[in-house]
Design a protein. Structure first.
Length: 184
């Protein structure tokens, strides 16, 4: 053991217990261990990502020029029916008029379509009660009617009567041009 002189300055280059060196060694060892575990675990974690064919089904581009005013087209999206409706001016007026009606799931017509595109209504065609597919033009409100248990939706897809708890779902979508929409 070396003798220590009282009042002497320790040699910073002498081997021993340097706290900054010890901290660096701990940090480096921890980083190496985390890196090794991460390199081992990444293939396992990465295999949980959706496959390319699944990602391709996640979105859908649709040509709106095929849908005449007053017409609805049903397309399949993520295994569910999707209603793409080109509403007439009279349908839009009726839907806006019902904004102040007593609604179980309150939402304005404006909140259910993109700004400046009120004629285009895009809805997931699954009843929010038990998952049946509603038909258009039936029911008491001129919108969709679910024949399974009698839910009535208006011209904006809002629930008005029957057991369904919520409005027909509006999926995420964006207009790519005046005649093309991307859903999902």
């Amino acid at each position: 053991m070396a003798d220590t002189v009282v009042g002497a300055t320790p040699d910073p280059h002498a081997p021993g217990d340097d706290p900054s060196r010890r901290d660096f060694i701990h940090i480096a060892a921890t980083a190496a261990a985390v890196g090794a575990v991460g390199a081992f675990a990444w293939p396992f974690i990465d295999q949980m990502n959706p496959s390319g064919d699944t990602l391709a089904l996640a979105s859908l581009e649709f040509d709106l020029s095929k849908v005449e005013p007053g017409q609805q087209v049903v397309v399949k999206w993520r295994g569910k029916p999707l209603f793409v409706r080109n509403r007439t001016p009279a349908e839009i007026i009726a839907a806006v008029k019902d904004d102040n009606a007593s609604l179980r799931d309150p939402q304005t017509d404006e909140a259910r379509h993109k700004p400046g595109k009120a004629q285009w209504l895009v809805l997931v065609g699954v009843c929010t009660h038990l998952g049946c597919v509603p038909t258009f033009g039936g029911g008491d409100y001129g919108g969709w009617f679910c024949p399974c248990h009698g839910s009535h939706y208006d011209k904006s897809g809002r629930i008005r009567k029957g057991p369904a708890p919520k409005n027909l779902e509006v999926p995420e979508y964006a207009f790519l041009s005046d005649s093309k929409v991307k859903i999902g």
